[in-house]
Design a binder for this molecule. Structure first.
Ligand code: FA5
Length: 348
């Protein structure tokens, strides 16, 4: 067989192999085998030495043409195989959006947070500002400015955890009253604020007492504020929170920082006042302490009690939440058991 026909045959066989190659690795092996120094074309060309001077350049250029054809065919095949590989990778990475998604269990805000935010919303609607107090307080603001001097017997009911002799964790949110009053500029209008937050007492924990619980302090100071404003405000708030049919009653009480002082009861939202286990068969539920701000407390904050008067109240949202949701032990709020907390889904 002439060298030319050998080369022709080699070309046909090689082209078939290139066409059959189905991945980039085998194509590269093929390239090295066919076109490399030890490849069959080079082998065939070794026979050129026996050719005549006329034949040799013809066969030489024919061999080069074949080499170029094979190289071109390999290059084209390479492009095809690269595209194929890319398609396969894209197909492997594609997401089937028709598959049902995995359900993500969303958390909820803590039930006490929900109750406090609901109460805040009611007061914001009535034009109150929300004031953030501090949990670590001084004896001065927690007691003295609330008209509870060092030897006052009412301090016994609010013993707490002391950080130093004068620094403690607050026993009630009332110190926020003093801090807010001394800052307030009455030329800009009345002072109307509530302050929700954590408080601490050296109470023995039981079903209705926790050593850490929450309060919402309320304070309104302006010229001409009376007990009627206190009553009207609290009645409106209780109706918003517990239903339009609720009424409230005020019973005389004592707090060193208010004069006169009252305990405020709301008519039972479960039985409507007839008597049931929620209201302990009295028809009323005690909900907060309140009163007219003591003139001494106003004066200690730099406010003239002959010109300004005010009312204040302190509400326990933990107890509100217990009553509302029939929770029989306050400690459930603080154990962080999701089986309990998960029952109170956040309202949208
Ligand atoms: C006070 O703390 C007053 N500072 C409230 C006040 C403010 C009166 C402004 C007048 C004017 P008292 O100790 O009663 O008052 O607590 C208020 C509310 O906190 C109670 O009605 C109750 O709901 C809640 N509370 C008190 N002790 C605990 C406790 N250990 N665990 C859970 N809640 C409690």
């Amino acid at each position: 067989m002439s060298l030319q026909s050998q080369l022709e045959q080699l070309k046909e066989e090689s082209l078939e192999k290139i066409t059959a190659s189905d991945n980039l690795g085998s194509l590269n092996d093929l390239r090295v085998n066919l076109l490399g120094k030890k490849g069959p074309i080079t082998e065939v060309l070794r026979g050129m030495k026996d050719l005549s001077n006329e034949e040799r350049p013809k066969v030489g250029s024919f061999a080069n043409i074949i080499k170029n054809q094979l190289q071109q065919s390999i290059d084209e095949k390479k492009v095809l195989l690269e595209q194929k590989k890319l398609q396969e990778e894209i197909a492997a990475e594609s997401i089937d959006i028709t598959l049902p998604g995995k359900k993500i269990t969303a958390g909820t805000s803590h039930i006490l947070t929900q109750v406090m935010e609901e109460i805040e919303d009611v007061f914001i609607g009535m034009g109150y500002q929300i004031i953030e107090g501090r949990e670590v307080e001084s004896d001065h603001y927690n007691f003295e400015r609330m008209n509870l001097p060092k030897d006052h017997p009412a301090r016994d009911m609010q013993d707490t955890f002391y950080i130093s002799e004068d620094i403690l964790v607050r026993t009630h949110t009332s110190p926020v009253q003093a801090r807010t009053m001394e800052q307030h500029d009455f030329s800009k209008g009345a002072l109307k604020m509530i302050s929700p937050g954590k408080v601490f007492r050296r109470d023995t924990d039981d079903a209705t007492h926790s050593h850490q619980f929450h309060q919402i302090e309320g304070l309104v100071v302006d010229k001409g504020i009376t007990m009627a404003d206190l009553k009207g405000t609290l009645e409106a708030v209780m109706k918003k929170m517990f239903g339009e049919n609720r009424s409230i009653r005020l019973r005389p009480s004592y707090f060193p920082f208010t004069e006169p002082s009252v305990e405020v009861d709301v008519s039972c939202f479960k039985c409507g006042g007839k008597g049931c286990n929620v209201c302990k068969y009295t028809g009323w539920i005690e909900i907060l302490g309140a009163g007219m701000v003591h003139p001494k407390v106003l004066a200690m904050s730099g406010i003239d009690p002959d010109v300004y008067t005010g009312f204040a109240f302190g509400l326990g949202p933990d107890r509100v939440a217990m009553l509302r949701y029939g929770v029989n032990d306050i400690r459930n709020f603080y154990l962080n058991d999701v089986r309990f907390l998960g029952q109170f889904q956040t309202k949208e």
